[in-house]
Design a binder for this molecule. Structure first.
Ligand SMILES: [Fe+2]
Length: 139
């Protein structure tokens, strides 16, 4: 199910929050590209756009985590790598079986729904780590 962006997903780091909204938009574009059965040509570019967007976004997050010496970096990198693995599997299935509602739903699951869980379970942790560090400096 397509979900609207909500401010409950904000982690309090403006650049990353803005990218998370863009990630949502890329996810919706991918979903709609797959369902646009008239224009199968839309799928390849929508996957490519999603991949490029995710690469840029993860690069920003990873630089931010390194800058703040976030101890959970390694686990977080693993999550990002797993995202690309699933996106690659989806791309393969789209090439083999062609676009369908089932694959569009799976695309939403591994991009939009993944992002919602990833923000709550992983991104919030580095945001808290940075806020904690800032508070300790003030004390
Ligand atoms: Fe992340």
């Amino acid at each position: 199910m397509l979900k609207d962006w909500s401010d409950v997903y904000l982690i309090g780091v403006p650049e990353i929050d803005q990218q998370h909204q863009g990630f949502f938009a890329a996810s919706h574009r991918l979903y709609e590209g797959i369902l646009d059965l008239e224009g199968k040509a839309a799928v390849g570019p929508a996957i490519a756009f999603m991949r490029t967007y995710a690469e840029e976004h993860f690069r920003t997050e990873e630089a931010f985590m390194r800058l703040h010496a976030y101890p959970g970096l390694k686990d977080h990198l693993y999550q990002h790598a797993a995202f690309f693995r699933r996106l690659g599997e989806l791309e393969n299935d789209l090439m083999i079986f062609g676009p369908s509602q089932r694959l569009a739903d799976r695309a939403l699951d591994i991009t939009q729904d993944w992002l919602i869980d990833h923000i709550a379970d992983e991104d919030m942790l580095y945001a808290l780590h940075v806020k904690d560090g800032a508070r300790k400096l003030q004390d």
